[in-house]
Design a protein around this ligand. Structure first.
Ligand SMILES: [Zn+2]
Length: 311
């Protein structure tokens, strides 16, 4: 009896131990789930896509684990020191040519940090835009000095603005235009000259009146943007000097088309600026205002403002 009892107790103990072991095993099972294996997508610069299973979370470690080397002219998104989780994608892309040039400029000592510039590149979108622009008509005076005694100006033909279609390639960064290049221009409608018949007497009176009355003449509504001396705005040859040779100065320097000679004083939004610069994208009714920093230029955005020439 005693022995049998012992045996019974031993079996009980065995069951208890087994249960404890099972319990521990299930605990390990739970632990294994918390340090689970993530599925990460990796896209290589050449477009090759793969999905890897890894227990690592840091981008650099995952790349190393899969023997993926990031070349100097490639960029990893998210950054190599960042963590990713299940279902995330690590993207390796080629830096654009311009980015590499910017990087070179940075290495040679321009103050903007590369990170800042690369970040700025993240959201650049290029669009083709077609805009219609008016071609202002000209006023032609037909002089009739003889006879009639007519003292009033007589309009023989009303002027009519022409219209042209301009195709631009526009770069946007965070929905703010940062670069505009004209691709083509097509005249849809030629302007019609305004023809005014005047007597010389009337011409003389008018000239006197107008010179007394106003010293400014409106040249129309312009698309006014802003720029700074950084490589993003001025390319790799950014120097801080204008096309006219002066040092670009905030509050004074503007870039305008060759319609305005250097030194022309422009009133924009009631403030006086001086035409000192040109730009490949600054054509037609466009003006670019020089500012001290890129963030200020971005903050300005795009404005449509009436512009006057100050005489
Ligand atoms: Zn800039």
């Amino acid at each position: 009896m005693k022995r049998k009892n012992n045996k019974k107790r031993f079996i009980k103990l065995k069951i208890i131990i087994t249960m404890i072991i099972l319990f521990l095993l299930s605990g390990i099972g739970v632990m294994a789930v918390t340090t689970k294996v993530n599925s990460i997508n990796i896209t290589l610069a050449d477009g090759y896509e793969m999905t890897v299973l890894t227990s690592k979370t840091k981008v650099s470690e995952i790349l190393k684990e899969n023997n993926i080397l990031v070349k100097k002219d490639e960029r990893v998104t998210p950054n190599e020191d960042k963590d990713v989780t299940d279902g995330d994608t690590i993207k390796i892309t080629n830096k654009s040519k311009q980015e590499i040039e910017v990087a070179k400029v940075s290495e040679s000592g321009i103050e903007t940090t590369l990170d800042e510039l690369l970040q700025a590149y993240d959201t650049i979108v290029e669009k083709i835009e077609v805009e219609e622009e008016e071609i202002p008509f000209e006023t032609v005076k037909k002089d009739i000095t003889t006879g009639s005694g007519e003292t009033k100006n007589k309009v023989i033909q009303e002027g009519e603005n022409g219209l042209k279609k301009i195709t631009y390639k526009v770069k946007y960064q965070n929905n703010t235009e940062i670069e505009r290049n004209k691709l083509s221009e097509e005249v849809i409608r030629e302007p019609v000259d305004k023809i005014v018949q005047v007597s010389s007497k009337v011409v003389a009176t008018r000239e006197r009146t107008s010179s007394r009355k106003s010293s400014n003449s409106s040249v129309g509504v312009f698309k006014v943007t802003a720029y700074c001396s950084c490589p993003l705005c001025c390319g790799k040859y950014a120097s801080g000097y204008t096309s006219s040779g002066s040092r670009a100065t905030a509050g004074r320097t503007v870039a305008a088309s060759s319609r305005f000679s250097f030194g022309t004083k422009l009133l924009i939004n009631g403030k006086q600026y001086v035409v000192e610069d040109r730009g490949s994208a600054i054509v037609g009714n466009r003006i670019d205002i020089y500012m001290d920093s890129h963030s200020q230029a971005l903050a300005w955005g795009v404005k449509y403002l009436p512009v006057q020439v100050q005489k």
